[in-house]
Design a protein around this ligand. Sequence first.
Ligand code: ACO
Length: 439
Amino acid sequence: MTHRTATLTIDGKPSIEMPIYDASEGPSVIDISKLYGQTGYFSYDPGFLSTASCESKITYIDGDKGILRYRGYDIADLAEKSNFLEVCHLLLYGELPDQKERDQFEHDITYHTMVHEQLQFLYRGFPRRAHPMAIMVGAVASLSAFYHDSLNIYDEKQRELSALRMIAKMPTLAAMAYKYSIGQPFIYPNNELSFAENFLHMMFATPCEKYKVSPKIVSAMDKLLILHADHEQNASTSTVRLAGSSGANPFACIGAGIASLWGPAHGGANEAVISMLEEIGDVSKVSECIKRAKDKNDPFRLMGFGHRVYKNYDPRASVLKESCHEVLDELGMHNEPLLKIALELERIALEDDYFVQRKLYPNVDFYSGIIYRAMGIPTQIYTVLFAIARTVGWVAQWREMIEDPQTKIGRPRQLFTGSASREFVPVEKRGAAKARSAA
Ligand code: ACO
């Protein structure tokens, strides 16, 4: 914090002096909280292009340089040297765990992976064709109906318990959504397996057959979880914070975050990437697709390209590009037609002026979709996997907000451009009134 200030001049007169707060890295902020009280004006920033909605110590992004750090650690380092549960510890508590803390945390998560047996009846109420994200929005929010002993957000121990429960139970709920959709029995979690392997086990094992998976595939899945674990104040995280600012319970807030993540401009893009590649169908049609993406009269966009914050290569995409090739090597799938289309799309887009000038690089969803497909994960589960990983970020950000004494209920204002005050017209006179106003 410094004593610098910014002065706003309105109609030629200096009207308000506002404090400037320095960031430890990245842009400083101008505190405009007294703007309305002192000038009668609101600020206007649709899409929050210039607005910091909170103070946070969790994740740092420099979109121009392509930097992403969790609690100061570079994402590529964490993906290479750490594992998902260590990263969860880092995001939640601020530090990588020592051996004892790591054992304890792994134990705590492992022993919360089962879900209330009654939840299967909730699942059975959904049509089999339901999108797994539709089930997840409902199932995660419904945890608040099952775990009453961790709903008091003002009790630190209950906050801790609900955090562990959500991180631990998400893979179980996600795998149940998949099993339900294909009519197979739900598979219980196995406490001997790692977080990533346990998820794959619940997805692909059956009561008749164990699921055997290579350590390379488990490691790729773990990396994917690390890379998606947090991303500062994105749409779903801001949704969780806004929902939580009213004092809503954490399960309901994470349910709201999942709803926001579902959109194709956010987490739903990895699914959209595969649909797009399937639609292209052949390498020879790639240039036609690029043409469409550049046509301003065509709403089509290249899915998996561009990012609100990264105007450079998405650092997560750099890690995944490598991981993608490792997975395809391991599975002997380098001749997979969709991958060929994807690589050709990437090659042309990276050379094309339209994409170069607008700094539209492949984002994390571009490669994650291809890896999931190679692993045999059904397309509809891609965004669910994103939600499993992001849950720790949502929980860490939610806790930071609840523990921040500055927190107030989130209540944006608006630029009202609707009708001025009007007199009520009884129904029998409305036709005549409309005709008069049309004349
Ligand atoms: N294909 C073609 N053109 C694009 C694309 C794209 N994927 N993305 C942006 N553009 C163009 C826009 O048309 C615009 O062009 P103009 O300046 O000539 O009008 C310019 O690039 C800037 O685009 P904006 O929409 O202003 O950029 P914004 O930062 O608001 O959007 C977004 C970011 C939503 C991610 C966008 O790039 C997009 O729709 N991408 C495809 C969907 C996608 O992959 N989403 C995943 C995001 S990553 C994540 O959530 C983990």
